[in-house]
Design a protein around this ligand. Structure first.
Ligand SMILES: Nc1ncnc2c1ncn2[C@@H]1O[C@H](COP(=O)(O)OP(=O)(O)O)[C@@H](O)[C@H]1O
Ligand SMILES: [Mg+2]
Length: 304
């Protein structure tokens, strides 16, 4: 069992928004194993679908089947969380969605357009609308914070201008606003690698925000951060979800973070969807059920 001290509440740089932190039972799964016995109830879906994954399969060159016939949809405004053990296919799924890796089979429909079939211009148009936040932040370490945030704008600026970092004044203003929003405007001129992990992920959030996306994909965005910082970062994502109408598709590892932020959950195991749950389902979920998704031998680590 691991313990960590917590502060009871947090406040964002935008005064109207605040979150409460309930950090009493972060459950971290340490080990895989066992079989899933049942699949939980499927919630009623809204009609309006912005995004749909159909029968997605990914087989890597070495024969590893990372995703098997995965199908689900994302409705506008959702905060959809993907859960699953390490190696269950979460990163593969998120990376297939913006075609950082090529799926082997299946379709990914964005407003009815198939991302898997999109050519470069169309793909660029679609990618503009989908921001990405990474577990390891993926900042250009030697560039300063402002340049990193401005790179979120690359889908919009003339490629020659972006090559020489000639961003319009309006973009610089937007980048500073994004940094203010995540509370680190005073760090704008620092090199990215001079920042702490929590600050670097705030830059990651600001970079995604700079893109003015319709959807954000976040691949375990808080797995490298302590629980207090995890709430801060997820709080920003929740704020973007609720106030800016940005749909969020995010993988997470801790049950109480999932319960706190998710509006819907899918569980992956060995590349297959083994759980679908609504906000209500996930709030009622017991440690035992959570454990089933991860495996019978999963060891849970509670942080108080
Ligand atoms: N480039 C790759 N080549 C071969 N196998 C890979 C590659 N990337 C991931 N895998 C495998 O695919 C499976 C899913 O991995 P991943 O999507 O990273 O899972 P998760 O993000 O849930 O930890 C794992 O078995 C992993 O070892
Ligand atoms: Mg991963």
């Amino acid at each position: 069992m691991t313990t960590a001290s917590m502060t009871p509440s947090a406040r964002f740089s935008r005064p109207q928004a605040s979150i409460s932190r309930s950090c009493s039972s972060h459950l971290k799964i340490m080990k895989k194993g066992g079989a899933l016995r049942k699949e939980c109830s499927v919630p009623p879906f809204m009609e309006e679908r912005m995004f749909e994954v159909k029968n997605l399969t990914k087989v890597y060159d070495d024969g590893t089947v990372a995703l098997r016939d995965v199908s689900f949809e994302v409705n506008p405004g959702e905060f959809l969380v993907i859960i699953g053990l390490s190696g269950s296919g979460k990163s593969t799924l998120l990376r297939c969605i913006n075609r950082l890796i090529e799926p082997t089979e299946g379709q990914i429909l964005w407003d009815g357009e198939d991302i898997t079939a999109a050519e470069s211009t169309q793909l660029r148009q679609i990618r503009r609308q989908i921001g990405m936040i990474f577990q390891q932040f993926n900042l250009v370490k030697r560039s300063n914070v402002l340049t990193n945030v401005l790179s979120g704008r690359l889908g919009y600026v003339n490629p020659w201008a972006s090559l020489y970092h000639h961003f319009p004044a309006q973009d610089r203003k937007l980048a500073m606003q994004a940094l203010e929003r995540v509370g680190i405007a005073d760090q704008a001129r620092k090199r990215a690698d001079e920042l702490s992990g929590g600050q670097q992920q705030r830059v990651g959030v600001a970079r995604a925000l700079m893109q003015q996306p319709r959807m954000i994909l976040a691949d375990e965005p808080v797995a490298s951060l302590d629980p207090v910082l995890a709430h801060t970062i997820l709080g920003y994502l929740e704020q973007m979800n609720q106030e800016d109408d940005i749909t969020v598709l995010c993988s997470l590892h801790y049950l109480d973070l999932v319960q706190r932020y998710a509006t819907r959950v899918i569980g992956l195991r060995e590349g297959q969807i083994v759980y679908r749950g609504s906000r209500e389902d996930i709030r009622k979920m017991t440690d035992e059920e959570f454990k089933e998704i991860y495996g019978e031998d999963a060891r849970q680590v509670e942080i108080r």
